[in-house]
Write a protein that binds this ligand. Sequence first.
Ligand SMILES: O=C(O)[C@H](O)[C@@H](O)[C@H](O)[C@H](O)CO
Length: 311
Amino acid sequence: MSRSNIEVVFKDDILLGEGPHWVEERQDLIYVDIPGQAVHRFVPSTGKDYKVQMDGRTTFIVPVEFKPNTYLIGIERSIYEFEWDGISADVFKLNKMKTVEEDFPKNRFNDGKCDPQGRLWAGTMGYETDPGVVELEKGHLYKLDKNNQLSTLVDKIGISNGLAWSTDSSKFFYIDSVSFTVDVFDFDSTAGIPSNRQVLFDLKKNGIAGLADGMTIDTQNNIWVALHSGGKVLHIDTTAGSLIETIDFSNRASMLTSVAFGGRYLDELYVTSANYRLTPEQKSLETDSGALFKVTNVGAKGVGGGISYRV
Ligand SMILES: O=C(O)[C@H](O)[C@@H](O)[C@H](O)[C@H](O)CO
């Protein structure tokens, strides 16, 4: 059993928090609310959360290196360059860069992150009626290179979700939520090509309920996976492919969506959650649903902050 301590650091009107990204230089956390169509910035030193409303489901956010206040974000089926001062309610700039899957207007982007080399990876998903109930094999995983070239790396995806790379960039960990597995690829970091996909951890075989959602990696090359509809964060050994530990959010929030290490020593685990499509029973029981959590005493540290897009 985990000795970690779970604390709510912010709870307001968030429907489905996602894509937490620790900005080391500023010591703050940016994240999105997908159905709430918003970008948030949480500042731990003051406890304040700032929000800007977007026009469309906003699914991931990564800063652009050396361009203060500039980010790449995913909205619906497009990737935009986005400028925001992190405080005001105004979007300063929003330039569409790419749109995908014109033939599938109900698809949308989901999780997105940069690899250690600074390329953006973002996946899509089919139309979802209820958590995990999605049009199958409609999604793709894309890579946006520095030269602004978009390529498709994985297809036939249900819900493209968590992404992480090993500290030496030789492995790429990936989650398609509807497969109920966490997969691992060999990763050619120079070319930015994943190959040799294998199942690293199978939720069902381990008797774990829920859908694997967002994830992150620690300095020991072990991963932390948020469970949507499972109310847990799993700590998984990536060498053995086995469970090290579980952080249990029972009776607090069952729809955990993603995780990111933050804090001065990168030893605090931020966890986003959803207050969206809950059953009436879940609504009355899980009063922390939708909160942004901070978990301390997890016994692990993140590998730097979130990685920016490098142009
Ligand atoms: O959090 C996310 O990544 C998605 O946007 C959600 O849609 C969930 O993954 C999904 O509901 C689980 O099935």
